[in-house]
Design a protein around this ligand. Structure first.
Ligand code: CA
Ligand code: CA
Length: 305
């Protein structure tokens, strides 16, 4: 009997010891998680502050930039290479958003700018292997215009209400080209192909010939191939064209009938991408700046434009 009791006591002691050990492990794990969570919050905040600091640097760069020409030989185009700061790394770069086709021109532009945007976007979609570029142009225009009456062959609420879940057309200018993914006819493949060449700017814009890439240049005229546009961009002066006439004088553009109305050598919209790493945390901040006399923040987004 005594031996039995001793045995029970021993088992109890062993059980209690095991329980305490388990509790200690789980408490220390929970504490570790709490410490890590706090560190993540603090480091995330620090990274965000660094990114906002970079944004301020971006504003300063754009303010100091000469407004007479915006070209890839300027300081803003160099960006900031990865630079070590205390406990982290920062880097930044700019994209001239007027080197891209502004989707909102389809409703915000003058009649010439609308016609130009329609033609450029149709060609871009077809370069991206869309079956029916003209349909996509109309569907986007319907998405943007403020009425709910589909253009002939367009798409309005009547199409989007059939989706699961159902939704409505935005009927207002886009704030991000990623809205294309919601529009009738767009696939993720088409979106991925066009996204580097389009922008969603709050006002009508002209194409900056000094920063547009070969794909965008090639869409200026149905007769211009991407290969020909690559040659044009290669021959572009490092500090930009002296005049729009200089661009149009390129022999590859003879007879293409490009309307100079929609062209420019300067830009009023720049996207700054600020990347900040602090400890374990990382923030990628996209800031859309408008620049007239002042440089102003139009929109911010984290992780993607
Ligand atoms: Ca400039
Ligand atoms: Ca509409």
């Amino acid at each position: 009997m005594l031996a039995n009791q001793k045995g029970m006591a021993l088992i109890t002691v062993l059980l209690v010891t095991a329980l305490v050990a388990m509790l200690a492990v789980s408490m220390s794990f929970a504490q570790h998680v709490a410490v890590r969570r706090t560190a993540n919050l603090l480091e995330g905040d620090q990274a965000m502050v660094l990114a906002l600091g970079l944004e301020e640097w971006g504003r300063w760069v754009l303010n100091r930039d000469s407004k007479g020409s915006d070209n890839l030989g300027e300081n803003w185009a160099m960006g900031l290479p990865p630079t070590a700061v205390e406990n982290g790394v920062v880097s930044g770069s700019f994209v001239d958003m007027q080197g891209r086709i502004n989707l909102n021109n389809l409703v915000l532009g003058s009649s010439n700018e609308i016609a130009q945007a329609e033609q450029m976007l149709e060609q871009l979609y077809e370069d991206c292997e869309a079956d029916n570029g003209a349909f996509l142009v109309r569907a986007v225009a319907d998405w943007l215009d403020d009425d709910s009456n589909p253009r002939p062959g367009g798409a309005e609420d009547n199409e989007y209400l059939l989706h699961e879940p159902a939704y409505l057309a935005a009927n207002r200018p886009m704030t991000s080209p990623s809205e294309l993914l919601l529009i009738e006819g767009f696939t993720p493949e088409i979106y991925l192909c066009v996204k580097e060449h389009v922008a969603a700017l709050p006002g009508p814009t002209k194409i900056n010939l000094n920063t547009a890439g070969p794909v965008v240049i090639s869409t200026l005229s149905p007769g211009l191939s991407v290969a020909a546009a690559e040659e044009i961009v290669m021959a572009r002066p490092d500090d930009g064209y002296a005049s729009i006439a200089d661009f149009l004088a390129d022999p590859a553009l003879a007879g293409t009938g490009i309307n100079p109305d929609g062209l420019s050598l300067t830009s009023g919209y720049f996207m700054a991408r600020a990347r900040a790493v602090f400890g374990e945390a990382e923030v990628e901040l996209y800031t859309l700046f408008s620049r007239t006399t002042l440089v102003e923040v139009v929109a911010r987004s984290i992780g993607t434009y």
